[in-house]
Design a protein around this ligand. Sequence first.
Ligand SMILES: N[C@@H](CCC(=O)N[C@@H](CS)C(=O)NCC(=O)O)C(=O)O
Length: 214
Amino acid sequence: MGELIVWAYDWVPEGPRGFVRDLRLRWACEEAGLDYDVRTIPFDGRETNHLARQPFGQIPFLNDGDLEIFESGAGLLHLARKSERLMPRDPAGEAETLQWTIAALNSVEMVTVPWWFLRMGGDTDNKLNGWVGQRLGHLERVLGEREWLAAGRFTVADLLMADVLRVPDVRAYGDRPATEAYVARITDRPAFRKAQSDQIRLFEAADGKRTEAN
Ligand SMILES: N[C@@H](CCC(=O)N[C@@H](CS)C(=O)NCC(=O)O)C(=O)O
């Protein structure tokens, strides 16, 4: 293992800025105090220009020296194994962190992503409303009873769950005060704010280059 490199797009339109998933890996590195570099692949041609590194043509992916990892969740868990700040080392704390990390991906984001995708296309009264409401309702109950998802302190599970929940459509859906307080608290962390502003700055700098090129 060696140099950590987070791979991102070199540019995206304004809408997704601050939400593109390389932010998850940047944020985790910031929380853990791990040195990392960000490198980019061209947004134009993204469907096919990096299939050797990410078989679905997506970002992010991560290098750790010679190790290459795609999927933001896999990248986060890899980083969590490098730093106790992201995941406790005791078996119970680690198991709780793992289960909530997978829950963020496979029980919450698995429903919220297709849901907001339908809404983006104007289908606000879509068939996933009930399913999303149910998942978020269960989470509201959990978050009403505890400050952190796992191990009684901040872990990579909170990073990922907050990132899934902070999507504006999700955040605005229903009245869920405990969830809103959780998202606000976690996205107020300096590591999040730095990762987000670094991402936005990269895309803003790329705006200038694209204008010059056209
Ligand atoms: N499950 C993947 C999803 C990655 C993903 O959706 N990435 C978006 C950017 S946030 C992307 O590359 N979209 C372009 C596409 O899907 O073609 C992960 O978590 O890494």
